[in-house]
Design a protein around this ligand. Sequence first.
Ligand code: MLT
Length: 312
Amino acid sequence: LLVSPAISAAADYPEHPISMIVPFAAGGPTDVVARSLANEMGKVLKQTVVVENKTGAGGTLAAGYVASSKPDGYTIFLHHTGMATAPALYSKLRYDPLKSFEYIGEVVDVPMTLMARSDLPPNTFKEFVDYAKANGDKINLANAGPGAVSQLCGSLLQQAMGVKFTTVPFQGTGPAMTALMGKQVDVLCDQTTQTLPHIAAGDLKFYGVTTPERLKQLPDAPTLDEQGLKGFDVKVWHGLYAAKGTSPEAIGKLNEALKVALKAPAFVDRMEKLGAQIVSEDRQTPESLQKWLQAEVAKWGPVLKAENISVN
Ligand code: MLT
């Protein structure tokens, strides 16, 4: 019996380790989700899924790298909301988020929190607003560059508060958090996947949650909306991608592994502890991610233009 090489390659996939590209630094929020996910997906695929951090340009370098990688199913990409904001922020991208990728499925939604160095004078968000108005650009706001959600959140926050801080970009909020802990920067808007352990330890100041609803993990912590920033609502969504042209068989196997991983008790437990919400089953599909990304690109373009948020 003769089997065509393409069919047998699809049947045998994956035959060697898979790289999961993360667009920000190791140890940060995206990396934390990626490492748990890679571990669980690897068990289903019976191959190691190796996390590789390719940092730079707010996640767009990694996206460009994946877009031009061989579409053989051995390079996959975990990215967040930045996939949808980058086209409005960068006039030239090496890729088109709506054309250069195959979609595997959505992964988790993660709220954000506004954090400050432990010795910044304000103790509450109300005090921070007065402090920010008095100190303006003397305040250093850390972020992970244009295309990062820390940048998006920080920009929306400055707009809503009517202030302008000095921005200090890092290769991810992992290193930005190290700088905040070291008191080299003043404030950081970051995902709970990195901040919840710090909030629990009380080693930083914590001014509020960026979603309109309080977090189950922090029932006593007020939202920014409750504290005066009416309508403030930033939540980060994550999707899993491969290069355009990856075979439907490989995408099918990757999607199956994703769905199993999203139910794995160790993954569920870890995400719960970090405030990440696993997406509902109807969102764990390639079709859903594609539709969602289209809607998000359409949503953020005008918002970022209207708010004059772009790479400068
Ligand atoms: C990271 O993983 O470092 C963050 O997701 C970066 C960001 O703020 O977008």
